[in-house]
Design a protein around this ligand. Structure first.
Ligand code: PLP
Length: 434
């Protein structure tokens, strides 16, 4: 055991995995080698290296995203801004005035600071932050709709992904779903007819990951907000990705912004922190002050609350919106805004270093549910190899792992989602794997 642990090939794992994990893996590998009768030193070391590599890959690791999907839920959604990371370090390191009012020396509000920034950026009267957008929806339903009715258009009764289905979530929160309209056509009169003294909420969700085309009609959110006001019933719009800027400036199709929803008079607007906002995982509800106040008094909020790390990162991310120049500050907008000329210049470095590489035109996607279809012209490096599956697997085994796509027998790495300071690493990996 001593000799194995001291072996350079094994000792190099110690920093990442620690001695205890290595010892446990070594005992397993020794046991198997003894049982199989092949206990030569080099075979044991090779077996142990493979085992430790597996253990290492199973831990949470940074990866290089060559998929071209900017907000990739499986790859952890939005990369965060440098300012957000600095805030996490500065505020995570020690104590903070998270719930402490330095003026009075007594207990303060955890939510106040980030609410000020959110109100400022979105134009809403008030706002609240919880763990994610799903939690935000849950809190709205629990606050307003328990034991009562929620009117939802049939084109809004969606599954967002990860098993989060609007009808099921409604049932779970003790609300009764009242479906109106048809799959393709919904009118404001459908909502109006379904109103009753039991109506607690009118709900509209973003058609997050599907599209209905052809003979369609939808209710404008402004009309829904007006109906809600006349009937004295709150309206919740689940925006999902929560754009705070006009996406057409970045070459993508327009995506309804949080500011537009607020300006339309929607009382409760819910969206995620780690999609188009470009911040940490979080869920926001912004809107009318009296409604947000009721949510703030819901005891369930305690179970959904965010910690100082989230508040620090979210605050710093929102500050980027107040300071402008998103392209420089937020990785999501740097990627969305990269021009084809910029990508081409980077692609040339790949061509020079990797003889088998070709540059291909691709389509990148903003991703992140709500705008799964927002397509952006992009460029990728394509490597034709005899066995693309094996080549892609080898790239995933690289340190750091590189995740690409296989297209037409080639391994394709989209440059839009690879940061320019990762190019060197990817080029070296491609050259070594050839
Ligand atoms: C992504 C999404 C959600 C869920 O957001 P989380 O922050 O992951 O909980 C809810 N609604 C819509 C429309 C979405 O696109």
């Amino acid at each position: 055991m001593h000799r194995v642990l001291a072996d350079e090939r094994i000792a190099s794992f110690e920093g990442a995995l620690g001695r205890t994990v290595i010892k446990r893996a070594a005992e397993e590998v020794f046991g198997r080698a003894r049982a199989s009768g092949d206990a030569s030193y080099d075979a044991v070391i090779a077996g142990l290296v493979r085992r430790l590599e597996d253990v290492h890959r199973a831990s949470l690791l940074p990866v290089i995203n060559g998929t071209g999907i900017i907000l990739h839920t499986n790859l952890g959604r939005a990369p965060m801004a440098a300012a957000a990371l600095d805030a996490i370090v500065a505020l995570g390191r020690g104590y903070t005035n998270l719930e402490y009012d330095l003026g009075t020396g007594s207990r303060g509000s955890r939510y106040a600071r980030v609410a000020d920034a959110l109100n400022d950026v979105t134009g809403a009267e008030d706002s609240l932050v919880v763990n994610n957008c799903a939690a935000a929806i849950l809190l709205v339903l629990d606050t307003f709709a328990k034991g009562r009715e929620v009117i939802v258009a049939r084109n809004s009764a969606v599954e967002i992904g990860g098993g989060f289905r609007i009808p099921d979530v409604l049932a779970r929160s003790g609300a009764t779903l009242v479906e109106v309209g048809t799959t393709n056509r919904v009118y404001i009169e459908d909502f109006e007819r379904a109103l009753s003294p039991r109506t607690a909420l009118l709900l509209r969700t973003h058609p997050s990951n599907y599209r209905i085309e052809g003979f369609t009609h939808d209710v404008q959110p402004r009309a829904l907000a007006e109906l809600g006001r006349r009937a004295g019933v709150p309206v919740l719009e689940d925006l999902g990705s929560g754009a705070l800027v006009a996406l057409e400036e970045f070459g993508a199709a327009h995506e309804r912004t949080v500011q537009e929803a607020v300006a339309d008079g929607v009382g409760l607007v819910a969206f995620s922190g780690d999609k188009l906002l470009g911040g940490p995982q979080a869920g926001m509800v912004v809107g009318a002050a009296p409604l947000i106040a009721r949510m703030r008094n819901n005891p369930l909020l305690r179970a959904l609350r965010v910690g100082k790390v989230t508040i620090a990162a979210l605050g710093a991310t929102l500050q980027c919106y107040r300071d402008g120049s998103l392209r420089e500050r937020l990785p999501v907008y740097r990627m969305l805004g990269a021009t084809l000329d910029e990508l081409r210049a980077r692609a040339n470095a790949y061509l020079e270093a990797v003889p088998r590489a070709k540059i291909v035109e691709t389509t990148a996607f903003a991703g992140g549910g709500s705008i799964a279809q927002a397509a952006i012209a992009s460029l990728a490096v394509a490597v034709a190899v005899a066995n693309p599956d094996r080549f892609a697997a080898r790239l995933r085994e690289h340190a750091p792992p590189i995740v690409g796509r296989i297209d037409d027998g080639r391994v394709v790495l989209d440059l839009r989602t690879i940061a320019s300071d990762e190019d060197g690493t990817v080029i070296r990996a491609l050259s070594a794997s050839e």
